[in-house]
Design a protein around this ligand. Sequence first.
Ligand code: AMP
Length: 380
Amino acid sequence: MLILSANINIHEHNIIKYPGVRTYIDPLTYEDPNQAVHEFAQEIDVSFISIERIIGAGEFGEVCSGPLRLPGKRELPVAIKTLKAGYTEQQRRDFLWEASIMGQFDHPNIIHLEGVVTKSKPVMIITEYMENGSLDTFLKKNDGQFTVIQLVGMLRGIASGMRYLSDMGYVHRDLAARNILVNSNLVCKVSDFGLSRVLEDDPEAAYTTRGGKIPIRWTAPEAIAYRKFTSASDVWSYGIVMWEVMSYGERPYWEMSNQDVIKAVEESYRLPGPMDCPEALYHLMMDCWQRERSNRPKFDEIVCLLDKLIRNPSSLKKLVNSSHRVSNLLVEHASVEPANPTLAQSVGEWLDSIKMGRYTELFMEGGYSSLDTVAQMTSE
Ligand code: AMP
C-alpha cells in the first residue's frame, strides 16, 4: 500500500511539487519495499540473461556484463549487478532500493534500468551497459585526448541529467565523476542512486563530527555542516565534477586532508582553474561554489549556458590565465600548508615541500622562477 500521509514531506526527496508533473517517490513511503521494487522495475526471467564477463565490484557483489535477450526484442548489451549469497533481508532490501529509484527515471543522461531478477537467485539488477565505465577512470586513462568541445559535451549531458533529477525533486547527494558512467558514444549518464546506502558504499565518504557519512571534497559546506542537502548542494558537487572533467580526473584538492579541505573552503578558498581550462567554464565552476546557496546557478541555467558555449566555440578560446592560476593555487595552499617559501633553496624545492612539485614548470612559465617573486606573491 502506498502511504500518502503527512510524513510524506519529511524527506527532501519526497516533496510533491506540482500535481500532474511526474515527481520522484521515495521508496520509503511503501510499507513493503518489495512492492516498491515491482511498482518501478520490471521482473526479468533469468533465462533471458547470459553472464559473460565480470566488469567490476559493487558493495553487494560482482558487476558483470552480457546480452539480454527479451522475447520479441533486439538483443541488448547490459550490466548485471548481483547480490552475493548469504545476504540478510536488510541487505536484499538495500540492494534493490537502488532499482526502485532508478526505475522511476527516464532520461538519456540517467542510467537506464532494464529490470530486476528477484524470483530466482542470485538477485540481480539489470541496467544498460556503458562501454567506457566510470568517468573518473575513463578520463585518467585518456589524459589530454579530447577537444574542449567534447569535454563540454560531456558536462552538458551530466547537467541535463541533473536538471531532470532536480525537476523530479530528487537530490542525488553523491554526484562525482566516479558516479557517472560513459558509453561508447561519450554520452555521460548519472548513476549510483540510493540514500544513505550510496554513501555507505562510497569509499570517499567520511564520517563527520555529527555522525553522517559524507564525501567531503564534493559536498557543499551547508550539507557538511548541517546536512542541508538540496538541488543547490548538488550544484556545488556539479562544479567539482566540472573541475574533475577539465583536469582529466585529477583528485579535487589533491592530497589535502578532509579537515584541511573543510577549513580552506570555509575560509573562502576555492580550487584553481585546471590547466588549459576555458575561462568561461572556470567562472561557471566558481559560481557553483558560491557560499550562499541561493546564489548558485540552477541546473536549468547551467544547461543553457553550456549550450550557448557549444554553439559559439570561440567563447571557449580564452583560457584561465596561467599566472592567475598560480597565484590562486598559492593562496590556497599557503593557507593550509604553512611551509615558508623563504626557507627553501629554490621554487622547485619549496613546491616539493608542499607536495606541489608537479607545478614547477607552470610556475616557471608564469614568471615565478625565483623565491623572491613567489614570496612577493604570497604576501600580496
Ligand atoms: P557500482 O556498484 O554501481 O559502483 O559499480 C561498480 C563498478 O562496475 C563501476 O565503477 C563500473 O566500473 C562498473 N559498472 C557499474 N554499472 C555499470 C554499467 N551500467 N555499465 C558498465 N559498467 C558498469
